[in-house]
Design a protein around this ligand. Structure first.
Ligand code: HEC
Length: 116
């Protein structure tokens, strides 16, 4: 039952990605924007264009060795894994916190695709 509900809401999110992006924007404003501004700052790198970008690739931010050591790009799967447990994805990363709700992560990923 719970599983069906969760799967149901995930496919609903996939169908209504516009709505998901709007939800993601709200979460982003509350929980990410303090560190992730339009431009990179001491608090964190810019996330403009982050979807599909190489991991830790911005020249204007001093990423941790932990994140620089990861190869690959910010696919949906990598973004999901990173937000779900940053320190598991890249032990030693300086990004604190974790976002355990899958639907929130899906909404955030949809929103990040709109950041250009
Ligand atoms: C307290 C500050 C803080 C908050 C809040 C925060 N981040 Fe971060 N984030 C960072 C820092 C610092 C880094 C760089 C980490 C490193 O170099 O190890 C980072 C890195 C990232 C990266 C990798 C960027 C790249 O170019 O490789 C992504 C993606 C990201 N954060 C997403 C998010 C999202 C989405 C949220 C909100 C759900 C969030 N962050 C909340 C501080 C924060």
């Amino acid at each position: 039952m719970f599983r069906a509900l969760v799967l149901g809401s995930i496919s609903l999110l996939a169908l209504t990605s516009g709505a998901a992006a709007a939800d993601g924007q709200k979460i982003f404003q509350l929980q990410c924007k303090t560190c992730h501004l339009q431009k990179s700052s001491l608090s964190g790198p810019s996330l403009v264009g982050v979807s599909k970008r190489a991991i830790a690739a911005l020249p204007d931010y001093a990423f941790s060795e932990a994140l620089k050591g990861k190869s690959g790009t910010w696919t949906d799967e990598n973004l999901d894994a990173f937000m779900s447990a940053p320190k598991k994805f890249a032990p030693g990363t300086r990004m604190p916190g974790s976002w355990p709700v899958a639907a929130d992560r899906a909404a955030l990923i949809a929103y990040m695709k709109t950041l250009n």
